[in-house]
Design a protein around this ligand. Structure first.
Ligand SMILES: Nc1nc2c(ncn2[C@@H]2O[C@H](COP(=O)(O)OP(=O)(O)OP(=O)(O)O)[C@@H](O)[C@H]2O)c(=O)[nH]1
Ligand SMILES: [Mg+2]
Length: 375
């Protein structure tokens, strides 16, 4: 692939912490998990606190020197930055550290890239890379051809060669056209199903919550399930067991700080949510309170940003097999409070275990009831 990365790369990860970022520890923890999932070996971690990030380099100069020497000492090739980098910051960090530099957004795209199965997903990821990299290469062309011409370390960056911006733009418009065509086909297909009287329940939720496991258990499908983040990129429709006219849809997982709207190219997953008659929100109820709260909060933000909170929502509290009965009652109570706090209303919460097949018949009943259909 033309923008590939090697696996098992050694990386330093870094974050610039600003005053408003109260839960930075958890965000950083999650970020590390993503870096490992992308195949990086994290050899060092750097967190700098700064009220105002520097517009040219993000980090202060002293910190950048520290990153460079630590990377050199530990043999790292890549610097992964939690903050979303502007092109000038990425360029300068590359120049000053001699490392390949990616931000959180590109990191997630790299994981997507590993998991993309179908053509639409692949095109969408390439488009997302292009949107990010065109301004970067444009700036680079300007600097390289400018008066203070300096050779850059690893000149190609993600490419291994230096592409011309004009070429990238042409490629982008070709991909956009192709995506539009595939999207139109998909949306027409969804609408046809609705016209045939099908109601659609779209599964949403954080990555790893067990969305696909539940989809499989409720439909009899055998889609790939794994503990790695973003196993599912492409949506899939299938009939709900025990209901002739209900289609269940499996979708991409959410992650804190990453709105599917930001990945504007991942439109098909968003379309599947927007076209839905209801949402089945899957929550991993076995996670500890802090993590559960962060995940509920960021899921609500994403749903709200995309005007999805107006749809009927049922929550599947999944992975109850990992809890004792006592703990379960307490966790459900806590989840109910979180929903009230962040959404301001109440949703039906159905405890279940996709893996052990617990609570599924009840969940099916609730879905049929919510959609006003009889089985
Ligand atoms: N113990 C337990 N594990 C579960 C349950 N449901 C799913 N899992 C595990 O959780 C992990 C994630 O499951 P998936 O179904 O792939 O989760 P997902 O939400 O589709 O994840 P993405 O597609 O990556 O967003 C897998 O390792 C599953 O085996 C459950 O009810 N109990
Ligand atoms: Mg999945």
């Amino acid at each position: 692939m033309w923008f590939g990365m090697g696996s098992e790369e050694y990386a330093v990860i870094a974050m610039l912490r600003t005053p408003g970022l109260v839960d930075w520890r958890m965000r950083f923890w999650e970020f590390k998990k993503l870096a490992r999932a992308a195949g990086y070996v994290i050899v060092d971690e750097v967190v700098q606190y700064k009220p105002h990030p520097l517009s040219a380099t993000l980090f202060g100069r002293g910190k950048i020197d520290e990153i460079r020497s630590r990377a050199e000492e530990r043999g790292a090739d890549t610097l992964i930055v939690w903050n979303e980098l502007r092109s000038i910051q990425k360029l300068n960090l590359e120049r000053f550290t001699g490392l390949r530099v990616i931000d959180r957004y590109e990191l997630v795209l790299e994981i997507f890239q590993k998991n993309a199965g179908d053509k639409l997903a692949k095109l969408q990821i390439e488009l997302a890379f292009l949107e990010k990299l065109i301004p970067y290469f444009k700036l680079r062309e300007k600097l390289i051809h400018g008066p203070r011409d300096k050779p850059f370390f690893r000149a190609g960056g993600e490419y291994g060669w230096v592409p011309k911006v004009a070429w990238l733009r042409k490629r982008r418009s070709r991909i956009l056209e192709e995506i539009e065509r595939l999207l139109r086909e998909k949306i027409a297909q969804i609408r046809r199903r609705k016209a045939l009287g099908f109601r659609i329940a779209t599964i949403v939720g954080y990555y790893n919550a067990g969305k696909t496991s539940l989809f499989n258990a409720l439909t009899g499908e055998e889609k790939l399930v794994s503990p790695q983040p973003f196993t599912t990129l492409s949506s899939k429709y299938s009939r709900l067991r025990g209901a002739e006219k209900i289609l269940l849809v499996d979708t991409i997982g959410f992650v804190v700080d990453l709105n599917p709207k930001i990945i504007s190219s991942f439109r098909i997953n968003l379309e599947d949510m927007l076209e839905a008659d209801m949402l089945l929100w899957v929550v991993d109820i076995s996670e500890n309170s802090d993590i559960l709260e962060m995940r509920v909060r960021s899921t609500v933000e994403i749903l709200d940003d995309n005007e999805l909170l107006e749809k009927p929502i049922v929550i599947a509290a999944n992975k109850i097999d990992l809890l004792t009965e006592n703990d379960l009652g307490e966790r459900i109570g806590f989840l109910r409070k979180l929903i009230l706090r962040y959404v301001g209303s109440e949703y039906e919460i159905v405890p279940c275990s996709a893996e052990k097949g617990i609570g599924l018949e009840n969940l099916i009943k609730v879905l049929i009831n919510e959609l006003g259909l009889t089985s």
